[in-house]
Ligand binder design. Structure first.
Ligand SMILES: Cc1ncc(COP(=O)(O)O)c(C=O)c1O
Length: 428
Protein backbone atom coordinates (compact mmCIF):
# COMPACT_ATOMS: atom_id res chain seq x y z
CA UNK A 1 0.00 0.00 0.00
CA UNK A 2 1.20 3.45 -0.87
CA UNK A 3 1.45 5.72 2.14
CA UNK A 4 -0.35 9.04 2.01
CA UNK A 5 2.96 10.75 2.49
CA UNK A 6 4.52 8.91 -0.42
CA UNK A 7 1.50 9.64 -2.56
CA UNK A 8 1.72 13.37 -1.86
CA UNK A 9 5.35 13.34 -2.87
CA UNK A 10 4.65 11.54 -6.11
CA UNK A 11 1.67 13.70 -6.96
CA UNK A 12 3.89 16.70 -7.21
CA UNK A 13 4.11 18.29 -3.79
CA UNK A 14 7.84 17.58 -3.93
CA UNK A 15 8.55 17.07 -7.57
CA UNK A 16 12.30 16.56 -7.56
CA UNK A 17 13.54 14.20 -4.91
CA UNK A 18 16.96 15.67 -5.41
CA UNK A 19 15.98 19.12 -4.31
CA UNK A 20 13.98 18.20 -1.26
CA UNK A 21 15.39 19.32 2.05
CA UNK A 22 13.14 16.81 3.76
CA UNK A 23 15.55 13.89 3.95
CA UNK A 24 14.15 10.53 4.94
CA UNK A 25 15.61 8.81 7.97
CA UNK A 26 15.36 5.27 9.20
CA UNK A 27 11.80 5.63 10.43
CA UNK A 28 10.50 6.72 7.03
CA UNK A 29 12.42 4.00 5.19
CA UNK A 30 11.19 1.36 7.62
CA UNK A 31 7.61 2.64 7.26
CA UNK A 32 7.83 2.52 3.48
CA UNK A 33 9.09 -1.07 3.70
CA UNK A 34 6.39 -2.05 6.18
CA UNK A 35 3.80 -0.79 3.70
CA UNK A 36 5.02 -3.20 1.01
CA UNK A 37 5.81 -6.12 3.27
CA UNK A 38 3.10 -8.37 1.86
CA UNK A 39 4.38 -8.03 -1.70
CA UNK A 40 7.22 -9.92 -3.38
CA UNK A 41 10.62 -8.27 -3.74
CA UNK A 42 10.33 -8.61 -7.53
CA UNK A 43 7.04 -6.73 -7.49
CA UNK A 44 8.37 -3.98 -5.21
CA UNK A 45 11.46 -3.61 -7.41
CA UNK A 46 9.20 -1.92 -9.97
CA UNK A 47 7.31 0.29 -7.54
CA UNK A 48 8.56 3.84 -8.06
CA UNK A 49 6.50 5.13 -5.15
CA UNK A 50 8.44 2.89 -2.81
CA UNK A 51 11.86 3.68 -4.29
CA UNK A 52 11.17 7.40 -4.19
CA UNK A 53 11.02 7.04 -0.40
CA UNK A 54 14.41 5.33 -0.45
CA UNK A 55 15.90 7.95 -2.81
CA UNK A 56 14.86 10.57 -0.29
CA UNK A 57 17.19 8.98 2.23
CA UNK A 58 20.21 10.35 0.36
CA UNK A 59 21.65 13.82 -0.13
CA UNK A 60 23.44 13.62 -3.46
CA UNK A 61 24.77 15.84 -6.18
CA UNK A 62 21.97 15.32 -8.67
CA UNK A 63 23.60 17.52 -11.31
CA UNK A 64 25.35 14.37 -12.46
CA UNK A 65 24.40 10.74 -12.89
CA UNK A 66 26.51 8.38 -10.84
CA UNK A 67 26.73 4.94 -12.44
CA UNK A 68 30.03 4.21 -10.76
CA UNK A 69 28.84 2.87 -7.43
CA UNK A 70 31.23 -0.02 -7.97
CA UNK A 71 34.01 2.26 -6.78
CA UNK A 72 32.40 3.31 -3.52
CA UNK A 73 28.91 4.36 -2.64
CA UNK A 74 27.55 7.47 -0.96
CA UNK A 75 26.12 6.80 2.48
CA UNK A 76 22.47 7.61 3.18
CA UNK A 77 22.06 10.80 5.19
CA UNK A 78 21.28 8.91 8.38
CA UNK A 79 24.61 7.08 8.14
CA UNK A 80 26.62 10.12 7.17
CA UNK A 81 25.12 12.19 9.98
CA UNK A 82 25.93 9.48 12.50
CA UNK A 83 29.49 9.32 11.19
CA UNK A 84 29.89 13.08 11.67
CA UNK A 85 28.35 12.86 15.12
CA UNK A 86 30.78 10.14 16.20
CA UNK A 87 33.67 12.21 14.83
CA UNK A 88 32.55 15.34 16.69
CA UNK A 89 32.11 13.34 19.86
CA UNK A 90 35.59 11.78 19.58
CA UNK A 91 37.14 15.14 19.04
CA UNK A 92 35.93 16.51 22.37
CA UNK A 93 38.47 14.39 24.19
CA UNK A 94 40.06 11.93 21.80
CA UNK A 95 41.51 9.65 24.43
CA UNK A 96 38.38 9.42 26.54
CA UNK A 97 35.56 9.75 24.05
CA UNK A 98 37.11 7.84 21.19
CA UNK A 99 37.92 5.02 23.60
CA UNK A 100 34.32 4.98 24.75
CA UNK A 101 33.15 4.51 21.16
CA UNK A 102 35.77 1.84 20.53
CA UNK A 103 34.54 -0.09 23.53
CA UNK A 104 31.16 -0.34 21.82
CA UNK A 105 32.41 -1.71 18.55
CA UNK A 106 31.49 -5.22 19.63
CA UNK A 107 27.92 -4.26 18.72
CA UNK A 108 28.97 -3.71 15.10
CA UNK A 109 30.80 -7.05 15.07
CA UNK A 110 27.77 -8.85 16.50
CA UNK A 111 25.37 -7.25 14.05
CA UNK A 112 27.61 -7.80 11.02
CA UNK A 113 28.02 -11.45 11.95
CA UNK A 114 24.28 -11.87 12.44
CA UNK A 115 23.40 -10.15 9.16
CA UNK A 116 25.95 -11.86 6.97
CA UNK A 117 25.82 -15.28 8.57
CA UNK A 118 28.82 -16.22 10.66
CA UNK A 119 29.87 -16.43 14.29
CA UNK A 120 30.90 -13.07 15.74
CA UNK A 121 34.17 -14.65 16.82
CA UNK A 122 34.98 -15.13 13.12
CA UNK A 123 34.37 -11.49 12.13
CA UNK A 124 37.15 -8.87 12.16
CA UNK A 125 36.34 -5.27 11.27
CA UNK A 126 38.89 -3.83 8.85
CA UNK A 127 39.34 -0.62 6.87
CA UNK A 128 38.48 -2.16 3.51
CA UNK A 129 38.76 -5.27 1.32
CA UNK A 130 42.39 -4.56 0.56
CA UNK A 131 43.30 -4.81 4.21
CA UNK A 132 41.00 -7.76 4.89
CA UNK A 133 42.27 -9.81 1.98
CA UNK A 134 45.91 -8.91 2.57
CA UNK A 135 45.64 -10.13 6.15
CA UNK A 136 44.76 -13.52 4.68
CA UNK A 137 47.26 -13.34 1.83
CA UNK A 138 50.20 -12.17 3.92
CA UNK A 139 49.21 -14.05 7.06
CA UNK A 140 49.47 -17.60 5.76
CA UNK A 141 52.69 -19.54 6.33
CA UNK A 142 53.71 -20.74 2.86
CA UNK A 143 56.95 -22.37 1.73
CA UNK A 144 59.07 -21.59 -1.34
CA UNK A 145 57.58 -23.47 -4.27
CA UNK A 146 54.05 -23.51 -2.83
CA UNK A 147 51.56 -22.53 -5.46
CA UNK A 148 48.75 -20.00 -5.28
CA UNK A 149 46.03 -20.39 -7.90
CA UNK A 150 44.02 -17.33 -8.85
CA UNK A 151 42.63 -15.65 -11.97
CA UNK A 152 43.67 -12.89 -14.33
CA UNK A 153 40.42 -11.11 -13.47
CA UNK A 154 40.99 -10.88 -9.76
CA UNK A 155 41.46 -7.42 -8.31
CA UNK A 156 44.75 -5.74 -9.22
CA UNK A 157 45.82 -4.97 -5.67
CA UNK A 158 45.26 -8.53 -4.57
CA UNK A 159 47.29 -9.83 -7.53
CA UNK A 160 50.01 -7.32 -6.66
CA UNK A 161 50.06 -8.75 -3.14
CA UNK A 162 50.63 -12.27 -4.46
CA UNK A 163 53.27 -10.98 -6.88
CA UNK A 164 55.12 -9.42 -3.96
CA UNK A 165 54.97 -12.70 -2.02
CA UNK A 166 56.26 -14.44 -5.12
CA UNK A 167 59.31 -12.15 -5.14
CA UNK A 168 59.84 -12.27 -1.42
CA UNK A 169 58.90 -15.82 -0.48
CA UNK A 170 59.47 -17.56 -3.82
CA UNK A 171 55.92 -18.78 -4.14
CA UNK A 172 54.58 -19.73 -7.51
CA UNK A 173 51.54 -17.74 -8.59
CA UNK A 174 49.33 -19.19 -11.32
CA UNK A 175 46.64 -17.05 -12.91
CA UNK A 176 44.08 -18.62 -15.18
CA UNK A 177 41.82 -16.63 -17.45
CA UNK A 178 38.22 -17.17 -18.55
CA UNK A 179 35.88 -15.72 -21.17
CA UNK A 180 33.13 -13.30 -20.10
CA UNK A 181 30.42 -14.00 -19.50
CA UNK A 182 30.85 -17.63 -18.66
CA UNK A 183 29.13 -20.27 -16.58
CA UNK A 184 29.78 -21.41 -13.05
CA UNK A 185 30.53 -24.91 -14.38
CA UNK A 186 33.16 -23.50 -16.70
CA UNK A 187 34.84 -21.58 -13.88
CA UNK A 188 34.77 -24.61 -11.63
CA UNK A 189 36.30 -26.82 -14.28
CA UNK A 190 38.99 -24.32 -15.26
CA UNK A 191 40.11 -23.88 -11.65
CA UNK A 192 39.92 -27.58 -10.84
CA UNK A 193 41.98 -28.43 -13.93
CA UNK A 194 44.66 -25.91 -12.94
CA UNK A 195 45.24 -27.41 -9.48
CA UNK A 196 48.55 -29.20 -9.01
CA UNK A 197 49.98 -31.15 -6.06
CA UNK A 198 51.75 -27.92 -5.03
CA UNK A 199 48.61 -25.78 -4.91
CA UNK A 200 48.10 -24.51 -1.37
CA UNK A 201 45.79 -21.53 -1.88
CA UNK A 202 42.84 -20.86 -4.17
CA UNK A 203 42.01 -17.13 -4.39
CA UNK A 204 39.04 -15.86 -6.41
CA UNK A 205 36.22 -13.31 -6.39
CA UNK A 206 32.65 -13.96 -5.31
CA UNK A 207 31.73 -11.62 -8.16
CA UNK A 208 34.40 -9.75 -10.10
CA UNK A 209 34.62 -5.98 -10.13
CA UNK A 210 35.10 -6.08 -13.91
CA UNK A 211 31.90 -7.72 -15.18
CA UNK A 212 30.16 -9.02 -12.07
CA UNK A 213 30.99 -12.60 -13.08
CA UNK A 214 29.67 -14.83 -10.28
CA UNK A 215 31.81 -17.72 -9.02
CA UNK A 216 30.54 -21.01 -7.53
CA UNK A 217 32.05 -20.28 -4.14
CA UNK A 218 30.63 -23.18 -2.18
CA UNK A 219 31.54 -25.81 -4.79
CA UNK A 220 35.05 -24.45 -5.17
CA UNK A 221 35.53 -24.24 -1.40
CA UNK A 222 34.40 -27.83 -0.90
CA UNK A 223 36.61 -29.09 -3.69
CA UNK A 224 39.59 -27.17 -2.31
CA UNK A 225 39.05 -28.30 1.27
CA UNK A 226 38.89 -31.93 0.18
CA UNK A 227 42.40 -31.44 -1.22
CA UNK A 228 43.80 -29.52 1.74
CA UNK A 229 43.76 -26.21 -0.19
CA UNK A 230 42.90 -22.96 1.58
CA UNK A 231 40.28 -20.68 -0.05
CA UNK A 232 40.44 -16.88 0.03
CA UNK A 233 37.35 -15.23 -1.43
CA UNK A 234 37.22 -11.61 -2.50
CA UNK A 235 33.74 -10.44 -1.60
CA UNK A 236 34.36 -6.74 -2.18
CA UNK A 237 31.34 -6.46 -4.48
CA UNK A 238 29.07 -9.09 -3.04
CA UNK A 239 28.29 -8.11 0.55
CA UNK A 240 24.96 -6.27 0.84
CA UNK A 241 24.61 -6.41 -2.95
CA UNK A 242 22.67 -9.69 -3.05
CA UNK A 243 21.69 -11.92 -0.14
CA UNK A 244 23.65 -14.97 1.06
CA UNK A 245 25.15 -16.22 4.29
CA UNK A 246 28.89 -16.50 4.77
CA UNK A 247 28.63 -19.89 6.47
CA UNK A 248 26.95 -21.32 3.37
CA UNK A 249 29.94 -20.37 1.22
CA UNK A 250 32.21 -22.70 3.24
CA UNK A 251 35.37 -20.77 2.36
CA UNK A 252 38.32 -20.17 4.72
CA UNK A 253 38.70 -16.39 4.38
CA UNK A 254 36.34 -13.77 2.98
CA UNK A 255 37.16 -10.07 2.71
CA UNK A 256 34.94 -7.15 1.80
CA UNK A 257 34.54 -3.37 1.85
CA UNK A 258 31.50 -1.94 3.59
CA UNK A 259 31.82 1.43 1.82
CA UNK A 260 30.59 -0.30 -1.31
CA UNK A 261 27.16 -1.92 -1.27
CA UNK A 262 26.46 -1.65 2.46
CA UNK A 263 26.72 2.17 2.07
CA UNK A 264 28.82 2.52 5.22
CA UNK A 265 31.39 5.35 5.58
CA UNK A 266 34.58 5.17 3.54
CA UNK A 267 37.24 3.17 5.34
CA UNK A 268 35.16 0.22 6.54
CA UNK A 269 35.31 -3.46 5.71
CA UNK A 270 35.43 -6.87 7.27
CA UNK A 271 37.38 -10.09 7.20
CA UNK A 272 35.69 -13.39 7.91
CA UNK A 273 38.08 -16.08 9.08
CA UNK A 274 36.81 -19.62 9.55
CA UNK A 275 37.35 -20.32 13.21
CA UNK A 276 39.89 -23.12 12.79
CA UNK A 277 42.14 -20.80 10.74
CA UNK A 278 42.36 -17.89 13.15
CA UNK A 279 45.23 -19.19 15.24
CA UNK A 280 47.48 -20.07 12.30
CA UNK A 281 46.98 -16.74 10.49
CA UNK A 282 49.47 -13.97 11.26
CA UNK A 283 47.95 -10.48 11.58
CA UNK A 284 49.31 -7.78 9.24
CA UNK A 285 50.26 -5.66 12.25
CA UNK A 286 51.71 -7.60 15.14
CA UNK A 287 49.55 -8.67 18.05
CA UNK A 288 50.55 -10.26 21.37
CA UNK A 289 50.70 -14.05 21.67
CA UNK A 290 47.79 -14.18 24.09
CA UNK A 291 45.62 -12.98 21.20
CA UNK A 292 46.66 -15.80 18.85
CA UNK A 293 43.23 -17.39 18.72
CA UNK A 294 41.26 -14.14 18.99
CA UNK A 295 39.75 -12.64 15.84
CA UNK A 296 40.42 -9.16 17.33
CA UNK A 297 44.14 -9.61 16.72
CA UNK A 298 43.49 -8.58 13.11
CA UNK A 299 42.17 -5.22 14.32
CA UNK A 300 45.34 -4.10 16.11
CA UNK A 301 46.15 -1.19 13.83
CA UNK A 302 47.09 1.54 16.28
CA UNK A 303 45.21 4.78 16.74
CA UNK A 304 42.56 5.29 14.09
CA UNK A 305 39.20 7.05 13.75
CA UNK A 306 36.44 5.16 15.51
CA UNK A 307 33.59 7.08 13.88
CA UNK A 308 33.56 5.26 10.56
CA UNK A 309 33.41 1.88 12.26
CA UNK A 310 30.75 3.02 14.70
CA UNK A 311 28.52 4.18 11.84
CA UNK A 312 28.51 0.64 10.43
CA UNK A 313 25.63 0.20 12.88
CA UNK A 314 23.54 2.83 11.10
CA UNK A 315 24.48 1.43 7.68
CA UNK A 316 23.30 -2.00 8.78
CA UNK A 317 20.08 -0.52 10.13
CA UNK A 318 19.46 1.25 6.81
CA UNK A 319 20.22 -1.93 4.87
CA UNK A 320 17.81 -3.90 7.03
CA UNK A 321 15.13 -1.23 6.80
CA UNK A 322 15.21 -1.50 3.00
CA UNK A 323 15.63 -5.28 3.11
CA UNK A 324 18.37 -7.31 1.44
CA UNK A 325 15.99 -9.06 -0.99
CA UNK A 326 14.25 -5.84 -2.05
CA UNK A 327 17.60 -4.14 -2.57
CA UNK A 328 18.97 -6.97 -4.73
CA UNK A 329 15.82 -7.10 -6.82
CA UNK A 330 15.85 -3.34 -7.36
CA UNK A 331 19.49 -3.43 -8.45
CA UNK A 332 18.65 -6.20 -10.87
CA UNK A 333 15.61 -4.31 -12.12
CA UNK A 334 17.72 -1.21 -12.82
CA UNK A 335 20.31 -3.27 -14.69
CA UNK A 336 17.69 -5.06 -16.76
CA UNK A 337 15.99 -1.76 -17.49
CA UNK A 338 19.02 -0.49 -19.41
CA UNK A 339 20.19 -3.83 -20.71
CA UNK A 340 16.83 -4.87 -22.18
CA UNK A 341 16.61 -1.67 -24.19
CA UNK A 342 19.94 -2.07 -25.96
CA UNK A 343 21.12 -5.67 -25.68
CA UNK A 344 19.91 -6.76 -29.13
CA UNK A 345 21.74 -4.06 -31.03
CA UNK A 346 24.24 -5.79 -33.36
CA UNK A 347 27.14 -3.58 -32.25
CA UNK A 348 26.53 -4.12 -28.56
CA UNK A 349 28.91 -6.34 -26.57
CA UNK A 350 27.41 -7.59 -23.33
CA UNK A 351 30.15 -8.90 -21.05
CA UNK A 352 27.86 -9.93 -18.18
CA UNK A 353 25.46 -12.83 -17.83
CA UNK A 354 22.00 -11.29 -17.54
CA UNK A 355 20.26 -14.44 -16.30
CA UNK A 356 18.38 -14.25 -13.02
CA UNK A 357 20.63 -15.22 -10.11
CA UNK A 358 23.76 -14.16 -12.00
CA UNK A 359 23.65 -10.37 -12.13
CA UNK A 360 22.26 -7.63 -9.92
CA UNK A 361 23.63 -4.08 -9.98
CA UNK A 362 26.94 -4.56 -11.79
CA UNK A 363 27.18 -5.27 -15.51
CA UNK A 364 29.68 -4.52 -18.23
CA UNK A 365 28.79 -3.41 -21.73
CA UNK A 366 30.87 -2.36 -24.72
CA UNK A 367 30.26 -1.07 -28.21
CA UNK A 368 32.09 -2.65 -31.12
CA UNK A 369 34.58 -0.20 -32.59
CA UNK A 370 34.43 2.33 -29.72
CA UNK A 371 37.21 2.21 -27.12
CA UNK A 372 35.70 2.07 -23.62
CA UNK A 373 37.69 5.07 -22.38
CA UNK A 374 36.36 7.21 -25.23
CA UNK A 375 32.84 6.01 -24.57
CA UNK A 376 33.17 6.85 -20.89
CA UNK A 377 34.46 10.33 -21.80
CA UNK A 378 31.52 10.78 -24.18
CA UNK A 379 29.12 9.82 -21.37
CA UNK A 380 30.59 12.50 -19.17
CA UNK A 381 31.03 15.24 -21.76
CA UNK A 382 27.61 14.99 -23.31
CA UNK A 383 25.39 13.49 -20.59
CA UNK A 384 27.22 14.09 -17.30
CA UNK A 385 27.16 10.38 -16.60
CA UNK A 386 29.97 9.04 -14.40
CA UNK A 387 30.75 5.50 -15.45
CA UNK A 388 33.91 3.44 -15.24
CA UNK A 389 35.76 2.19 -18.33
CA UNK A 390 37.24 -1.29 -17.98
CA UNK A 391 40.03 -1.81 -20.49
CA UNK A 392 41.70 -5.18 -20.88
CA UNK A 393 43.42 -7.04 -23.68
CA UNK A 394 40.61 -9.58 -23.97
CA UNK A 395 37.62 -7.22 -23.68
CA UNK A 396 36.66 -3.69 -22.83
CA UNK A 397 33.48 -1.95 -21.83
CA UNK A 398 31.70 0.29 -19.38
CA UNK A 399 31.06 -1.08 -15.92
CA UNK A 400 27.59 0.17 -15.11
CA UNK A 401 26.73 0.26 -11.41
CA UNK A 402 23.56 2.09 -10.39
CA UNK A 403 22.33 2.08 -6.81
CA UNK A 404 19.10 1.99 -4.85
CA UNK A 405 18.99 5.80 -4.96
CA UNK A 406 19.12 5.81 -8.78
CA UNK A 407 15.86 7.07 -10.34
CA UNK A 408 14.62 5.54 -13.60
CA UNK A 409 15.21 8.82 -15.39
CA UNK A 410 18.96 8.38 -14.86
CA UNK A 411 18.89 4.84 -16.23
CA UNK A 412 16.91 6.03 -19.23
CA UNK A 413 19.39 8.82 -19.83
CA UNK A 414 22.13 6.21 -19.94
CA UNK A 415 20.06 4.24 -22.48
CA UNK A 416 19.64 7.42 -24.55
CA UNK A 417 23.39 8.02 -24.42
CA UNK A 418 24.17 4.45 -25.46
CA UNK A 419 21.68 4.62 -28.34
CA UNK A 420 23.22 7.92 -29.38
CA UNK A 421 26.69 6.31 -29.45
CA UNK A 422 25.38 3.18 -31.20
CA UNK A 423 23.56 5.13 -33.90
CA UNK A 424 25.80 8.14 -34.43
CA UNK A 425 29.18 7.22 -33.02
CA UNK A 426 30.92 9.51 -30.57
CA UNK A 427 33.30 11.54 -32.71
CA UNK A 428 31.17 14.70 -32.77
C1 LIG B 1 37.11 -7.15 -6.44
C2 LIG B 1 37.74 -6.12 -5.55
N1 LIG B 1 38.55 -6.52 -4.57
C3 LIG B 1 39.14 -5.65 -3.74
C4 LIG B 1 38.91 -4.31 -3.86
C5 LIG B 1 39.61 -3.36 -2.92
O1 LIG B 1 38.64 -2.62 -2.23
P1 LIG B 1 39.11 -1.40 -1.31
O2 LIG B 1 39.77 -0.41 -2.22
O3 LIG B 1 37.85 -0.92 -0.71
O4 LIG B 1 40.06 -1.96 -0.34
C6 LIG B 1 38.09 -3.83 -4.86
C7 LIG B 1 37.85 -2.39 -5.03
O5 LIG B 1 37.19 -1.93 -5.91
C8 LIG B 1 37.47 -4.76 -5.73
O6 LIG B 1 36.66 -4.36 -6.70
Amino acid sequence: MLSRRAFLRMSGAIGGAALSTNVNGLAEVAAASAAVEDRSAIDVAQDEFYWREIQLGFTLDRTMINLNNGNSCPSPAVVHEAYKRYLDYSNQNPYHHRTLIEQNLETARRRLAAEFGCDQEEMAITRNSSEALQIAQMGLDLQPGDEVLTTEQDYGRMLTTWDQRERRDHLEITRINFPVPTTQDDLYERLERAITPRTKVLHFCHITNLTGQLFPVQRLSRMARARGIVTIVDGAHAVAHFPYQLRDLECDYYGTSLHKWLLAPTGTGFLYVRRENIERTWPLQAAPKRRDADIRKFEEIGTHPAGARAAINEALAFHQAVGAERKAERLRFLTMRWADQIKDHPKLQMHSNLDRGQTWGLANVGIEGIPARDLSRFMWDKYRIVVNAIVRDDYQGLRVTPNIYTPLEEIDTFVMAMKDALEHGISA
